[in-house]
Write a protein that binds this ligand. Structure first.
Ligand SMILES: Nc1ncnc2c1ncn2[C@@H]1O[C@H](COP(=O)(O)OP(=O)(O)OP(=O)(O)O)[C@@H](O)[C@H]1O
Ligand SMILES: [Mg+2]
Length: 317
């Protein structure tokens, strides 16, 4: 709301020393995009290249906005994006922030994120796909449509697959509503590359490709600490060591999902902490209630089997 006001009134076309100049810093401040970028820096560990790209895109949008105000260009910039990376690397989280930035800069009316997968778009029977896809598009209008594992829309092995129909409707909307709908495709990098090779129309409409790297062990520990801090928990001294050990093992096991595995591990550790407190304490203080200790982590199955068998179907319980 505010973003639009500022963008559309000549008020921010402040005279920067006479003439009709636009103060870019003022525009940045007024739209509070800086606030979102700072929050991104604070709340997400690592992801340096991702943060850099988001800043670049934000600058580009600010400049586009300024150009428009000075009558330099009519066509809105192309904003459809592709986020590639392994599970749990922060794609959904960053997409939410991106939607917020786009909204603050007036590129979408509402700034909400609608997350879907193939099943939300594609029907089982003839005639079912178009209404499903259109319904989702209607919901996403004014915001960001986030399509997780987008490559499942395309199934070349089945020549009458309805996914193709969904892709065509999406392409049309991406072109015709580019001033009020941003589509972000997400998924594994190699599969997305294959998808783009087979879908030139989609490839040509994606302006920004952002790759999310896996986290290293130090980043995963920092992520654990940040998550705990946000939940008003912390690791005690032995707990820190145990968490480090946990990460070193978990990272090598099947189904490892970066920050998501950390969140799951912490959820289970909190359950164990609660049982431990119940069975061993009567009177508890705030510190006892918020401290996770080594045993809360070391009871995990991750520590039980040195051979790392493939029996671990879940998330490293
Ligand atoms: N860099 C980070 N710092 C702190 N927390 C993070 C970071 N990256 C991800 N998280 C947290 O990890 C969880 C998983 O992140 P998110 O859902 O954004 O990942 P994703 O790439 O979309 O994963 P998936 O492929 O499983 O959907 C969320 O709770 C998120 O807040
Ligand atoms: Mg996700």
């Amino acid at each position: 709301m505010m973003a639009e006001d500022i963008a559309n009134t000549p008020a921010s076309a402040a005279a920067a020393g006479g003439g009709s100049g636009i103060d870019l810093q003022a525009l940045l401040r007024d739209t509070d995009v800086q606030g979102v970028l700072d929050q991104l820096d604070r709340e997400l560990i690592g992801l340096k290249p991702v943060k850099r790209r988001i800043r670049e895109i934000a600058s580009f949008l600010l400049v586009s906005k300024a150009r428009k105000q000075l009558g330099l260009e009519a066509a809105p910039p192309s904003l459809h994006m592709c986020f590639t990376g392994n599970p749990g690397t922060g794609k959904t989280t960053v997409a939410t922030r991106m939607a917020d930035i786009l909204h603050r800069l007036g590129y979408v009316r509402k700034g909400h994120l609608v997350t879907v997968t193939r099943d939300d778009l594609v029907g089982q029977y003839i005639g079912h796909t178009a209404p499903k896809t259109k319904e989702i598009l209607k919901r996403a209008m004014g915001g960001v449509l986030f399509i997780d594992e987008a490559y499942y829309l395309y199934r070349p092995e089945n020549e009458r697959d309805y996914g193709q129909e969904a892709i065509e409707i999406l392409l049309q909307a991406m072109e015709n509503h580019r001033d009020d709908l941003v589509v972000i495709l997400a998924g594994y990098k190699d599969r997305m590359d294959t998808f783009f090779k087979a879908n030139a129309g989609m490839a040509s409409r994606i302006a920004h490709h952002i790759d999310f790297p896996d986290y290293d062990e130090a980043e995963l520990l920092a992520i654990a600490q940040l998550m705990l801090e946000q939940m008003n928990y912390h690791l005690d001294d032995d707990g820190q060591v145990a968490m480090r050990d946990y990460i070193a093992r978990r990272i090598r096991q099947p189904n490892f999902a970066n920050a998501r595995s950390i969140r799951n591990a912490l959820d289970r550790a909190r359950l164990r902490q609660a049982s431990r407190l119940f069975s061993s304490e009567r009177i508890v203080d705030a510190d006892m209630l918020s401290a996770l200790s080594a045993e809360d982590l070391r009871a995990s199955r991750v520590f039980q089997d040195a051979t790392d068998g493939p029996h671990d179907k879940g998330d490293g319980r």
